[in-house]
Ligand binder design. Structure first.
Ligand SMILES: NC(=O)c1ccc[n+]([C@@H]2O[C@H](COP(=O)([O-])OP(=O)(O)OC[C@H]3O[C@@H](n4cnc5c(N)ncnc54)[C@H](O)[C@@H]3O)[C@@H](O)[C@H]2O)c1
Length: 385
């Protein structure tokens, strides 16, 4: 086996996503398994270069994980000018992304980025055009479709379990503490529109690719966004005005004719089995998929409830569903997508979760916010470059 090193500049690696999912669970996990076997006698060895603003935090991370202190930098421009860097990855806060990615494309680096790829559709499309013109490889994180629950749901769809799919109902959310008497479990910029925050901008990009990949392209959107909690407390325990939406109630018409309705909220208490769940109803069967699990009910096993509020419920509806088996092992979704992207870079294997796919997510968020502001339904035009 020959070992080929791929040097990846990882920006925003001290953040929630950058650290846990991308550095630890993806890149370091790949190193722990001996690198990525390309199947042609080569093993790709990812070498992370930690990039950020706070040198001591980056150095501490490098120490904690036994990484070379020479691979730490607070100077993005110097990193981009370094010819040994192959890939620029960004998981820093959303509002700084577009400019950074433009610089990285101009420097000829391959790009891998967290979503949303930009804060406006124009910006997202420009990035895709620039990247294509530069001939670099590019990818946008679309992790949810690599989750075990959704993979099992996809298996049901591919196996024809549902018959004609009629509707999809998604419920996402949990209570995010305001930050006064209990520390908030999400960063405060998420709740300030001026810093790129808001649940529509955050979650609609996910809903776009989940719906698109599993059920078909989104044809129209109707959304109502709300800021239920107008004041929160930041990381320094200072009160601030929450200017961004913290809940969104969306209806998405799909090209297949199915209707999807997804509630997203950081102001809801969980009475579900998982933090996100999608119920899919079809003529032949239904299923409820979460992050890890998926339960199904076939037409032949569907009970016949009769509406009668005068008597107590006579059956346990939840128990009438059947667990969909794993039938295999599932790896971390972020890592699976990293592996596919690295194969795309190293072997030129096909990869469609690119900046154009990322732009579709930004488009849905932008139209969702417009729909909410204007109280009307918006068509979602197909994007081309
Ligand atoms: N794929 C997913 O499921 C998922 C989930 C959550 C967040 N995200 C995305 O990941 C990105 C990061 O989100 P997070 O929740 O990890 O945020 P975070 O606040 O925890 O981390 C942000 C990172 O950016 C850095 N940063 C903050 N301000 C900066 C500035 N002005 N300039 C440069 N760097 C700065 C921070 O030091 C930190 O390393 C966002 O774009 C978000 O949309 C994706």
């Amino acid at each position: 086996m020959t070992r080929k090193t791929v040097r990846i500049a990882m920006n925003g690696v001290t953040g929630r996503m950058g650290y846990r999912q991308h550095l630890v669970r993806s890149i370091l996990a790949l190193r722990e398994q001996g690198g990525l076997d390309l199947g042609d006698g080569t093993v790709l060895w990812p070498e992370p270069v930690l990039v950020g603003r706070r040198e001591h935090a980056l150095r501490e991370l490098a120490d904690r994980h036994g990484l070379d202190q020479a691979n730490v930098s607070t100077d993005v421009d110097a990193v981009l000018a370094d010819d040994s860097i192959d890939i620029f990855f960004d998981a820093a806060m959303t509002s700084t992304r577009e400019d950074l990615l433009k610089k990285a494309i101009a420097a000829g680096k391959h790009i891998y980025t967290e979503k949303p790829s930009a804060t406006s559709l124009d910006g997202a499309l420009e990035l895709a055009r620039l990247a294509n013109a530069a001939g670099i490889k590019h990818g946008v994180v679309q992790d949810k479709i690599f989750l075990p629950g959704l993979l099992k749901l996809k298996r049901l769809i591919d196996g024809g379990f549902f018959g004609r799919i009629l509707s999809v109902r998604g419920e996402f959310g949990y209570w995010v503490f305001e930050g006064d008497w209990q520390e908030a479990q999400r960063p405060s910029w998420n709740y300030r529109a001026e810093d790129g925050g808001g649940i529509v901008v955050d979650m609609f990009p996910h809903w776009e690719y989940v719906l698109h990949e599993l059920f078909g392209r989104v044809k129209s959107v109707t959304a109502l966004a709300a800021t239920h909690i107008p004041q929160r407390w930041d990381e320094q325990s200072k009160p601030y005005d929450a200017t961004a939406d913290d809940a969104a109630y969306g209806i998405f018409e799909l090209e297949s004719g199915a209707i999807a309705q997804i509630n997203s909220s950081w102001a809801v208490r969980v009475n579900r089995d998982e933090l996100v769940e999608f119920q899919v109803d079809g003529t032949e069967g239904s299923a409820v998929a979460g992050l890890r699990n998926c339960r199904a009910q076939h037409r032949s096993a569907t009970p016949k409830p009769v509406w009668n509020p005068d008597i107590p419920v006579t059956e346990s509806f939840r128990e009438q569903w059947q667990e969909v088996p794993d039938n295999g092992e599932f790896d971390n979704g972020f890592k699976v997508q990293w592996e596919l992207f690295l194969r795309h870079v190293a072997l030129d294997e096909p990869y469609h979760w690119d900046l154009l796919a990322g732009a579709r997510g930004v488009q849905l968020a932008e139209l969702g916010l417009k729909s909410s502001a204007e109280g009307r339904r918006y068509d979602v035009p197909e994007l081309t470059l």
